[in-house]
Design a protein around this ligand. Structure first.
Ligand SMILES: [Zn+2]
Length: 104
């Protein structure tokens, strides 16, 4: 008589989330022509990007950001705000820079 060890196999296979993948904010997007001066990260949320001209958050995906850049609301805000120093608006980004370092 054979004693069989019925081992419970833990098949914890983490299935990759198919379809839409959440993108993380990339600081290099800020260097892209048309994105500089207004694009910034959102503190505590790397899946979001921030437009300091429109003071609104958006999903940090390049397609979404491009769409935002081309939107009428955004170009209006750029026109009305251009010339204003944006350093104050981006003050909160300082903390995020620390996070960026740790991600890299
Ligand atoms: Zn905008």
């Amino acid at each position: 008589m054979t004693l069989m060890h019925l081992r419970l196999q833990h098949c914890v296979v983490k299935a990759p989330i198919l379809g839409h993948r959440t993108q993380k904010y990339r600081p290099e997007w800020e260097q892209l022509p048309g994105f500089n001066h207004w694009l910034g990260p959102v503190k505590d949320n790397i899946t979001k990007a921030y437009c300091c001209y429109c003071t609104r958050e958006m999903v940090s995906e390049i397609t979404i950001i491009k769409k935002h850049a081309a939107s009428l609301v955004h170009s209006k805000n750029v026109k009305s705000i251009t010339g204003k120093p944006i350093t104050d608006i981006f003050k909160k980004v300082d903390d995020v820079n620390e996070v960026k370092k740790s991600i890299k």
